[in-house]
Write a protein of this length. Sequence first.
Length: 345
Amino acid sequence: MGCKVGLKFVLGWAVNTSPDSSMAFEMVPPIAPIPAATAPAAASAPQPRHMFVFGAGFVGRYVSERLLAQGWMVSGTCTSVAKKRELESLGMCASVFDATESNLEDLPSLQDATHLLVSIPPIPGIGDPVINSKEDLKRILNLGNLQWLCYLSTTSVYGDCGGALVDEDHTVNPMSESAKLRYTAEKGWLNLMDDPDLSAFILRLGGIYGPGRSALDTLAKSKSLSQRQKMRESKQYTARIHVADIYQAILASMSLRCARKIFNVVDDDPAPRTEVFTFARSLIERMYPDLIAESIEAISTGLDSQARIIPAEKRVSNARLKQELGVKLLHPTYRSGLQSILDSW
């Protein structure tokens, strides 16, 4: 008959408990713990991409919607409770924020941002309302893991160039108060943080248009032009850019690591505003002949053709955008852009 043999461990001693044995004790070395250095390292989860948008307006919302569809976390600010609800319905974490009164501490998600898009215009007499809180902003951002920062500026910072073709290295000479404030804001955002791992970009945008904001929409709604819009009609050259191409430029800039760069974001055709409206009218009349009751002349400035031409203008180059960011414009001219908007109606 076989016997059962067993060992019991008592305080490091092995005790033979088989029936045939006497209580024999044998010292067995205790099992040593695995040194911390040799323990398998836990795999670090990739950091979630989190875009924070200061000013989720026309461009900010367009960008946010598309990043959300790609699986990003997106937070941002807006100016009213109604807009906050709209942004939240898209999946954003939105906050009503008055940069002249609110505190940056009211934006807890700002600290968690890996990417920061700034689309808030400067305020006359104040300047950029966020960069004015520079020290608080730096402290909050330094607590997180910010990798990329982008400020949306304007080509108006170049000022009067006499119709010359200007690139990003051209002398900046802002003429209006708003353009001067924009240029000051550019410098503030570009030099906000000294972190060498942070990529920071200034995108100088032309006149922004897209679905819901275009010459087509102005004509279809029979809206009268504002005084500012009428003044633009007298320009011989007008830089413009479709919002979809702004989004392209933003995405492309994320591929440049540890860079500090300025890019003009404009299309290939700085056509005058009246030409754009004439083309928009022709598109609408072809598709919806009864939609427009008002004539193009009725919304013009009433100036004669000679008075409309202002010799002191500029044509803005987008060569750097194409060469260094590799952006191939979806809408290189207003004709393509307006046609795409009409096709979406």
